[in-house]
Design a protein. Sequence first.
Length: 452
Amino acid sequence: MTGTVSGWSLERRLRKRLAIVTLLVTLLTSAIVGIHYGSDVSDLRQRKVLERAESIAASLAEIPVETIGADTRSDMFGQFFVTHSQAYGWRIRGPNGAIVATSEFNWAELVTMPPSSADEWTHRVSEKGWIAGKHFACGASRCEVQVIALSDPAHLLSWLIAGEIGVHILLPILPFGMLMLLASRRVIHSTLSPLQHMSERAHAIQGLHDVEPIEVDDAPLEVSGLATALNEAHQRLRSAMEREQAFILDAAHTLRTPLAALGSRLELDGADVDPKVLREDVDALTRLCSQLLNAAHADRLVINPHRRIDAGTLIMDTIARLDRLAQKSGVELAYECHSAKTLIQGDEDALAIALTNLIENAIQHAPKGSEILVSLHDAPLRVTVSDQGPGLADNQIEMLVSRFARGRGARDGGAGLGLSIVSRIMDVHGGHLRFQTPEKGGLAVSLVFESD
């Protein structure tokens, strides 16, 4: 059952962060421009005063001087000339240099500025004060407008800096930023589409037949790396599921035969059933169930890399446990140590199962009165179980490590799981099984620990 997925959207988060970055870049650039323009305040004041003079001159151009004097008011060129008349002022000189119009500013406190023949000019009157002049055509004559600013209570300088930022930064960046944000939606969506594809493929998995590799040929490295890891996980999952299915089918088939035989015996013999024969059948089923459990354990085995066990102790304990079975079968168990190194990395219970299976197999195939030798060797460290049985042909070895495969010559009805369990246990330990046929005959099977 699939629940409601909650969380955050990677696509929306990337778009949001891109917008934040764009905004931060805009603000940083604005600050840099503001600092640049604000580093020379005196030049800005001079420029602002001259711009105001040019603006007034442009508004009065081509107007006769008589009209200028009659119709000009103090606030017509800016309310700040009235509200801050002690700081800002303007006046207009006629063709003969006489003042034809003026604001409320007290021009008498300034040193008289002689008329200038320059088309426009500026002059510093104090630390923060500037006066600017601009000539313009007033009818058939030439007049001059003069503007003065002793301080900046109306914050005209701040508005000038803001205007520069707007013209040189905001106007160019905002359209570009909008286009970039719109384009990023498409780019981010196409970049993340492999992730969406992977999600859809994962949701489509309903059974073993749906587990297929995810194709991400055109994906970025980060996504393709994730897809590769998922594909490898899918392959391991598929292999595990196939092994489980095969194991269940084979186990059911193997259990069915002895159970059917047991049922037939009970049906045919009825009350005359031989308890000894019945007990042997039950023992065989018990051994089969035990091997099935061992096989399942081997498939799920995980090794603790820091755990060390003594191979000599493991061998002697296993021999002691199986000595009675060997005596019952008419064979003798022996142990020899040819290695100074006996510590190995591994799982004690799993290795005990592996060694038990090898010794039990040797007991089943060794002739009565013979000896089964368990020996420990080094370079590489290995535990070898040697018997004097019929041995194996080369083409039989690969078959015997498969599940439910049985060799010829066994004295009881085993399930054929023993060597496959041992092989799996050694794979997990980073080792392998080695089969050898000694010159004197028989078979020598070794647990080889390559990493030790």
